[in-house]
Design a protein around this ligand. Structure first.
Ligand code: MLT
Length: 312
């Protein structure tokens, strides 16, 4: 009976619109990635896959919404590395990260860029480091709250140069980018999925990429390592989650659909323009995402504890 129920369920699912919660503002990097993937998955699933932005508290409000949702396969979460870092950064989280979700699969691993408003004085990463050290009381760094990728990268930068400076939190780096372009804030470390177009358009200035090698889309931007920060590398991996208790047949259907979406021509081309690429098929699986999340919680815990910066 269980098998019959399972296969009948797999055939009829999905029979209505699926909502993917993005735990940051519209127009930002997570939103951009999610909308591209959702459009491709929607073609495969034969149902609309819509995006709802639930920003705030570094992605933890949106994640909490999904942790509390019905595990019926119609509410999903697309979140990034912040899912792992927030497990340590937040002393009180509204959900138990490792026990509140089921897994669909990994989506992409996005490099970051250290960027500034276009008229910011320093001309290269070395100059930036000297400038920040000399002006630490007046330099401002935008981020998307504690638990965001931009927060993690900013924290890594401050630790690397042994200089804490002022941060300005937003509900996502979409709105933070508007202020960076407008010159209301000085600096940001943000994903290429949000910065590439602005860097190429000259509306912001780039000092470094956090990938091991330079990126095809930004060939003139040095790696952080080249710029004088050895070992300064971080990739922002993204995954799709469902509330705990979602039927395995539904997770499997979603995972297969994700695998197809990651080969979709438009997704591959747009990701490349944005400085990233889809995760390989073998990683777009529940098991791969679960292993990634567990490994990353363990990896970042000591780093965050050493930095000693927590959210209340
Ligand atoms: C966003 O979509 O706004 C970002 O992923 C924010 C961040 O984590 O820095």
């Amino acid at each position: 009976i269980a098998m019959l129920t399972g296969s009948a369920m797999a055939e009829s699912y999905p029979d209505r619109t699926i909502t993917v919660i993005v735990p940051f503002s519209a127009g930002g990097p997570t939103d951009t990635v999610t909308r591209l993937v959702a459009e491709a998955m929607s073609k495969d699933l034969g149902q609309q896959v819509i995006v709802e932005n639930v920003g705030g508290a570094g992605g933890t409000l949106g994640a909490a919404r999904v942790a509390d949702a019905d595990p019926d396969g119609y509410t999903l979460l697309l979140h990034h590395i912040g899912m792992a870092t927030s497990a340590t950064l937040y002393r009180k989280l509204a959900y138990d990260t490792l026990n509140a979700f089921d897994y669909v699969g990994l989506v992409t691993d996005v490099p970051m860029t250290i960027v500034a408003r276009k008229d910011f004085e320093p001309t290269d990463l070395k100059g930036l480091i000297d400038y920040v050290k000399a002006n630490k009381d007046k330099v401002t760094l935008a981020n998307a709250g504690i638990g965001a990728a931009s927060h993690l990268c900013g924290m890594m930068f401050m630790n690397a140069i042994q200089t804490p400076f002022v941060t300005v939190p937003y509900k996502g780096t979409g709105p933070a980018m508007t202020d960076l372009v407008g010159g209301q804030v000085d600096l940001m470390c943000d994903q290429t999925t949000n910065t590439t177009k602005q860097i190429l358009g000259g509306t912001i200035k780039a000092y470094a990429v956090t990938s091991p090698a330079r990126l095809d889309v930004l060939p003139t931007v040095a790696t952080a390592e080249e710029g004088g920060l050895p070992g300064f590398q971080v990739g922002i991996w993204h995954g799709i989650y469902a509330p705990k208790g979602t039927a395995p047949e539904k997770l499997d259907r979603l995972s297969k659909s994700l695998q197809k979406a990651l080969k979709d021509e438009n997704v591959v081309a747009r990701f490349a323009e944005l400085g990233t690429k889809p995760s390989p098929e073998a990683d777009a699986t529940p098991a791969a995402l679960k292993a990634k999340l567990e490994g990353e919680i363990a990896r970042w815990k000591p780093v965050i504890e050493a930095a000693g910066q927590y959210a209340d």
